[in-house]
Design a protein around this ligand. Structure first.
Ligand code: URA
Length: 474
């Protein structure tokens, strides 16, 4: 076999055999195939696509390029969770201890942030002492001991994906459904679970900018799962504005801790409950989604979820006094409250722009080698749909560099889009408490952001669960 022939085949839109795909994946992982040859093949796949069989073969080849965990000791239904990435996404930190508090084992390997999207491992490392870099035996024994372990992907897990993903990043080949689907699924297969719930984020701050593309990605991952013998369920969730209020590592951890203590923002709660209820169902611990949500809420209320988080952090050497008293988290040198300069309604807070701003402050990485600053970031005070008055605080910026703080102050004013409220609005509309634009259209409809249905994708079908994120004012 010859890499030049393989590149030429895909360049000419021909189908690659399983052997050719394996030859490429193994050759590139062990350094026999050069970066420029791999780049040519990846670009050809990006342009000409792959069929389901090719995508599954690529996924399996990447999954088996390194260690594949065997989690069967934890039962027949081991459930994992993954997100396609977003801004302010602290769902894993809340959801996974919550799931573990229901007696469902959680063995979770998470990624680091790259670009404007954050990573769970970076966030968890803002808890002083918490170890994410631990070996496989300790990882498994942690799950046996406390029912949960959350660590980084430091093991030799899908190394082919690591290398190919890094290459894709440098040749503008990240946003591609076959490549994203095979990348995510290879890691999930290597992680050892046989049931997988995937949060497919959609919107300005996500890889998938439209619902149509997100559905295609979801269907693709479900099909790969079918062919690979894994049950995959995808939930499409909105990512036009950041999730919750905090963006930045320790800020998000504090929001996650408060959520586990019962103070959970509404949008975060919806995502946590929807993903969690599906995880419980796949784990075979409850068939009714609504009842599962009630059980999850109960374990937040009775403190069991928070207690499980404390146990996990303590077990991995984290200083739990920071959980008990979150004011102990180190503060940034500078901070600034961004005031609103007019009366109106928040119409848009572009999640990608907020993610980039947090990154600029130091919360994220531009290059893999970059060191991140755990304490900087942005705390939103107003979200889309909120009514604002002149002088209200829109957001707080936390920085360790004064120049960056000043620059961020300017940029955030452009990111927040404020719509006018008609002058006579209150008098006219108090009776029915529905805000209307001048054209007498309810404002909640005139502000499109976030107005869509939550969709669950499983075995090729879409289940509209309910209208989600309807903006109700007042
Ligand atoms: N997340 C991944 O793990 N891989 C991709 O290609 C995109 C998002």
């Amino acid at each position: 076999m010859n890499i030049l022939e393989i590149i030429a085949k895909k360049r000419d839109s021909k189908e690659l055999s399983k052997e050719e795909i394996e030859y490429f994946v193994n050759g590139y992982t062990n350094g026999e195939i050069a970066d420029y040859q791999a780049a040519a093949l990846i670009m050809s796949i990006y342009i000409n696509g792959m069929n389901d069989r090719e995508i599954t073969d690529l996924t399996i080849a990447m999954a088996y390029s390194g260690e594949v965990l065997d989690l069967s000791r934890f039962g027949e239904n081991v459930v994992d969770k993954h997100s396609t990435g977003g801004v302010g996404d602290k769902v894993s930190i809340i959801l996974l201890p919550l799931i573990a508090s229901m007696g469902i084992p959680v063995a979770k390997m998470s990624g680091r942030g790259l670009g404007y999207t954050g990573g769970t491992v970076d966030k968890m490392e803002s808890i002083p002492g918490y170890r994410t870099n631990i070996g496989i035996d300790e990882f498994i024994s942690n799950v046996e001991k406390v029912g949960i372990s959350m660590i980084g992907q430091t093991l030799n897990l899908a190394p082919a994906d690591k290398k190919i993903y890094a290459l894709r990043d440098t040749i503008s080949c990240v946003e591609n459904i076959p490549l994203i689907a095979s990348s995510i699924m290879s890691k999930k297969i290597a992680s050892g679970a046989n049931k997988i719930v995937i949060d497919v984020t959609v919107g300005k701050g996500a890889f998938m900018k439209t619902k149509e593309d997100a559905k295609k990605l979801a269907e693709q991952m479900v099909r790969i799962g079918d062919l690979a013998g894994k049950e995959v369920r995808c939930i499409l969730t909105p990512m036009d504005q950041p999730l919750g209020y905090a963006v930045g590592n320790s800020l998000e951890v504090v929001e996650a801790i408060n959520s586990l203590k019962g103070n959970i923002p509404e949008d975060v709660k919806k995502v946590v409950l929807e993903l969690g209820a599906n995880m419980i169902q796949l784990a075979g611990k409850g068939n009714n989604i609504e009842e599962n949500k009630a059980k999850l809420l109960e374990n937040i209320k009775n403190g069991k979820a928070y207690q499980k988080f404390v146990e996990m952090v303590q077990n991995q050497s984290g200083d739990i006094s920071y959980l008990e008293d979150t004011s102990k988290f180190e503060k940034s040198k500078y901070n600034s409250a961004i005031m609103c300069e007019k009366r109106g309604t928040v119409k848009e807070i572009d999640a990608e722009e907020i993610g980039k701003l947090a990154c600029f402050l130091g919360a994220g990485r531009v290059k893999k080698e970059d060191k991140i600053d755990h304490i900087v970031g942005i705390l939103l005070n107003k979200k889309v749909g909120d009514k604002v008055e002149n002088g209200d605080v829109l957001a707080y910026i936390y920085a360790n560099d004064e120049e960056k703080l000043r620059e961020a102050e300017k940029r955030i004013r452009d990111i927040y889009k404020i719509a006018d409220i008609p002058e006579n609005f209150e008098k006219e509309n108090n009776a029915e408490s529905v805000e209307r634009t001048k054209e007498n259209v309810p404002i909640e409809e005139s502000i499109k952001t976030g107005e869509w249905a939550l969709v669950t994708v499983k075995k090729g079908k879409f289940y509209k669960i309910k209208r989600f994120f309807r903006r109700i004012f007042g």
